[in-house]
Design a binder for this molecule. Sequence first.
Ligand code: AMP
Length: 211
Amino acid sequence: MNIIIFGPPGAGKGTQSNFLIQDHGMFQVSTGDLLRNELKKVSELSKQIKSIMDAGKLVSDNIIYSLIEKKLSDKEIKNKIIFDGFPRNLDQVSKLELMLQKHDQKISKVLNLKVDYSILIKRLSGRISCSNCKKTFNEFFDPPPSNCCQKQEFIKRSDDNEETVSKRLKTYDNETLPILEFYKKQNKVVDIDAMKQITEVRKEIRGIIAS
Ligand code: AMP
């Protein structure tokens, strides 16, 4: 089955995707990660993408579609995909549905991770990750252990600052949230309280996937 892990930035989509990979052998397709990968290339396009991401806005749909098309045509991950950060507006939903049809696939469930915005701002502005093992921590409520990895180097995403975070949340409200209606009409949305402990959320998702 393919699923969409849905929710505002900082809801824990990446963390729970990692559990889905471990628990169910699924494959994460995160458009944010794919874009950050593109940023490693030195080009005019990567400069443009970075300035859009740092402004908390959405990157142009056509760039996103070319990244997604590559993944949907990959037979290794067929019907085992977790879409994380995509679709992010109604045009992306229509395009995704067309691409899924073309590759004889569908979305089975949309896991809607719900978190109060006041918590999200703290989660995102304190978010850091280990440059070696990529594990995510929080400077405020989940500081990294002194023995995380030998190098002890932690990275902060350039769009995880308070100003960009509040713009990202506005973009989410205006452009992304309306998507839920489309999937609600198809009875595919499952609401999850993502303010609970990470392990509780993991357990709940396991139950949903098993059913
Ligand atoms: P994320 O890692 O999902 O929080 O995404 C980080 C940033 O990448 C977003 O704030 C957008 O600028 C961009 N981005 C990620 N996914 C998409 C998408 N599906 N459509 C447009 N822009 C995206």
